[in-house]
Design a binder for this molecule. Structure first.
Ligand code: UTP
Length: 229
C-alpha cells in the first residue's frame, strides 16, 4: 500500500505564523510507524500556511502580479517542507523537488519525498493530487483542520453537516466558484479536482489536528470524508 499524505499549512503553523514544532515531530512519528507496518507514506506534501498568506498579502499590497504571489506561496510551502525533511531525518529525501519529474526521481530512491508547491495557479492540494497520480499511489490522505467535507463552511455556518462520502461534482457545487486567488484556495482547487476525477485516486479528507487519525484511516476506520467516483 502506497499513500501520499497532504499536511495542511494550518496544522503545522499557528495563526501568528509560529511553527508548531511538536506537530512536525508527531507527524514524523506516525509516518515512520506506518513505514514499519504495511503502508508506506511515499510522499508528503506540505502547505504554505500563515507564512504563505503573510508574504502574499505583503506582495499584493505592492500590486505585484497574482502569478508572483503564487510563486511566493510556493516558496513558503517549500520552506515548511524543509522542516518536515528535518523531522524525518535520514528517512527523507534531502532536497525538495520542484517538478513532478523530480518527484518521481526522488521517489525511485525509496526515501520519503517531501514536496511544497510546484507551479502557479493551484494549491498544494493540487500538488498532492498530481504527486499521487504521478507515483501511482493507492491512496491520498488530505489532513486539514476540519473533520471532513461539510455541506457548507463549518467555521461560518453551524447548520453545516459533515459528509461521509462525496463526489467531485458535489465538492464543486460546495465551492461554487468562490474565486481562485493566491493564498485563498478553499478546500480544493480546480486543478486538484480535475486530477482526482481523471485518476480516481481514493482520497480521504481527515482532521489532522490528531495525527493518529492517519493510523485510523489506514486501519479502515471512517474518521473523515471519502471522495468517491
Ligand atoms: P496552499 O494554499 O496550498 O497552502 O499554498 P495553505 O494556505 O497552507 O493551505 P492548506 O491549509 O495547506 O490547504 C499557499 C499558496 O501557494 C501558492 C498558492 O497561491 C497557494 O494559495 N501555490 C502553492 C501555488 O501557486 N502553486 C502550488 O503548487 C502550491
Amino acid at each position: 500500500m502506497r499513500a501520499v499524505l497532504k499536511i495542511g499549512g494550518s496544522l503545522i503553523q499557528d495563526e501568528k505564523g509560529d511553527i508548531r514544532v511538536e506537530r512536525f515531530a508527531e507527524y514524523a512519528k506516525v509516518i515512520l510507524k506506518l513505514r514499519e507496518e504495511n503502508t508506506e507514506i511515499t510522499s508528503i506534501v506540505v502547505g504554505g500556511g500563515k507564512t504563505a498568506r503573510k508574504y502574499i498579502e505583503a506582495a499584493r499590497r505592492l500590486g505585484v502580479a497574482e502569478g508572483l504571489c503564487d510563486e511566493i506561496g510556493i516558496r513558503a510551502a517549500q520552506l515548511n517542507a524543509q522542516i518536515m525533511v528535518g523531522a524525518l531525518d535520514r528517512e527523507a529525501y534531502p532536497t525538495i523537488p520542484e517538478t513532478l519529474q523530480e518527484v518521481a526521481e526522488a521517489a525511485a530512491t525509496g526515501k520519503i519525498v517531501v514536496v511544497g508547491g510546484l507551479q502557479p495557479g493551484q494549491s498544494t492540494n493540487a500538488v498532492a493530487a498530481l504527486v499521487a497520480e504521478r507515483i501511482k499511489a493507492d491512496m491520498l490522505i488530505n489532513a486539514t483542520n476540519v473533520d471532513g467535507v461539510y455541506t457548507k463552511d463549518p467555521k461560518k455556518d453551524p447548520s453545516a453537516e459533515k459528509l461521509d462520502q462525496v463526489t467531485v461534482r458535489e465538492i464543486q457545487e460546495i465551492i461554487n466558484e468562490k474565486g481562485f486567488f493566491a493564498g485563498k484556495y478553499e478546500l480544493f482547487d480546480m486543478v486538484a479536482l480535475k486530477i482526482l476525477e481523471r485518476s480516481k485516486i481514493p482520497t480521504w479528507i481527515i482532521n489532522g489536528e490528531d495525527p493518529k487519525n492517519i493510523l485510523r484511516i489506514v486501519a479502515g476506520e471512517n474518521v473523515g470524508t471519502l471522495i468517491v467516483y
